[in-house]
Write a protein that binds this ligand. Structure first.
Ligand code: IMP
Length: 429
């Protein structure tokens, strides 16, 4: 009964969608366990580029059940729109399952996300402004609305009216915004409720039954380890737990059922939004990586900050998640660089060196990377490589160095955007 967790090891946008799509070939179920439509997972099938926000990447495989588990915060109208877009592309969305316990992103969460960001001014977090933080705040404050409320019209209106009493005080008195009415929200959410109701069922039970039948279940993390509310660069993080512990909590399975934890590592680093990023390149090479890697956000279109690979934070991610294998992605992007740098330690302001990731965010912001330099490889098309021998020796040496530093074997290397542009070395379990 293998459950395989797939997690981003950096600040997101590692290319998890493509890796999940690859593994989904042999799985019966893909489960999203946290986050909402702040995520943007891209899967390229031939000339079709799918951008998924709430629906798990496994939806592309007809035999795979796509589960939105209770650790998620779901924006119902946005989910309906996503389902419509998929249907228009001829992708069946029938095998979708939504937890009744998943919380709802409400229109006022989006207003509050924007208002809070504006109030923070120079200290803004750079959120996706999708209402994710305020939705999780309401969940933890035990005043959120859930999918089970949405699909019961009377209950939804009653709970919404109670919620609005507080929300409107916040909107008007703290942020000087207009209050919201239950009617306007019901009008927007009722059609989505009707549309999504048939998909709502106990997903934790559904996952358990699949595991008991011996099927492979993929648990797909959104965002990534360094954006984790507990382990990331707080407060420049998302409001959920993308890391391995969150996978069990958000999907409702036991840690004893997880057979493998795959860490998805982009072979350089990128970050959207604010927060410390020791290996960020603010020079021509940084710009070159952005353009060559088309490093613009799938969800917000923002230019991503780019830099060299950071093995200090990657070792931290490997320790926290217990990675059993690595998926190295976007190797093709670095083709053509004569030298490639890998950050192997940080120099701290007091002059000391460390290979351990500092938990103090202020200290991290002042850390200077210490690099090891490796030889690059020619600007050649790697996308046709299917075996290690097809890769330039320098590219393979670079991959091996990452694996050695992290102490984790390589399962797969992605060498292009298309679904099959992969060098597969081993299966996670
Ligand atoms: P939020 O999740 O919208 O609250 O944003 C919090 C931080 O996480 C911001 O820096 C966002 O840019 C970042 N973030 C959220 N989702 C993603 C993602 O899917 N990829 C990369 N960064 C993300």
């Amino acid at each position: 009964m293998p459950a395989i967790v797939v997690i981003g090891a950096q600040w997101g946008d590692e290319g998890k969608g493509k890796i999940v799509d690859h593994l989904a070939e042999r799985a019966s179920m893909v489960v999203r366990y946290q986050g909402g439509n702040n995520a943007g997972h891209t899967v390229t099938i031939g000339s079709t580029v799918l951008r998924l926000h709430q629906v798990p990447s496994g939806i592309t495989r007809p035999h795979v059940a796509a589960v939105l588990a209770h650790g998620m915060v779901i924006n119902p109208p946005a989910l309906v729109e996503e389902l419509d877009r998929l249907a228009a592309l001829g992708i069946s969305t029938e095998n979708l399952h939504i937890s009744p316990n998943a919380h709802l992103v409400m229109p006022y969460h989006i207003l509050l996300d924007e208002a809070e960001e504006e109030l923070r001014g120079a200290h803004a977090l750079g959120t996706t402004r999708r209402g994710i933080g305020p939705a999780y705040t309401d969940k933890v404050a035990r005043r959120g609305l859930r999918m089970q409320d949405l699909i019961d019209p009377a209950r939804f209106r009653a709970r919404l009216e109670v919620a609005l009493e507080r929300v409107n005080l916040e909107l008007t008195r703290i942020f000087g915004r207009e209050p919201m009415t239950a009617d306007e929200i019901v009008e927007k959410y009722a059609p989505a409720a009707e549309r999504l109701a048939p998909y709502v069922e106990d997903t934790s039970l559904l996952i358990q039954k699949a595991l008991q039948r011996g099927e492979t279940v993929l648990l797909e993390g959104a965002q990534a380890t360094m954006l984790d509310i507990d382990f990331g660069t707080y407060p420049y993080v998302t409001s959920s737990s993308p890391s391995a512990g969150g996978a069990c909590q958000g999907s409702g399975i036991s840690p004893r059922q997880v057979s493998a934890v795959l860490g998805v590592v982009k072979v350089y680093t990128s970050r959207v939004g604010m927060g410390p990023f020791p290996t960020e390149l603010k020079d021509d090479i940084g710009d070159w990586i952005v353009e060559r890697g088309h490093e613009y956000g799938t969800t917000t279109g923002r230019r991503r900050r780019c830099g060299w690979i950071d093995l200090v934070s990657l070792r931290y991610a490997a320790r926290l998640n217990g990675f059993t294998g690595l998926a190295l992605t976007r190797l093709d992007v670095l083709s053509g660089l004569s030298r490639i740098k890998l950050c192997v330690a940080y120099r701290l302001p007091d002059g000391t060196e460390t290979t351990e990731y500092p938990l103090d965010t202020e200290l991290l912001a002042q850390a200077t990377p210490i690099y090891e330099t490796m030889e690059g490889w020619e600007d050649e098309d790697l996308s046709k490589a299917r075996r290690v021998e097809d890769l330039p020796p320098q590219a393979w040496a670079y991959c091996q160095r990452i694996s050695e530093w992290m102490g984790v074997p390589i399962d797969v290397i992605s060498v292009g955007a298309e679904r099959n542009d992969l060098v597969a070395l081993r299966w996670p379990v």
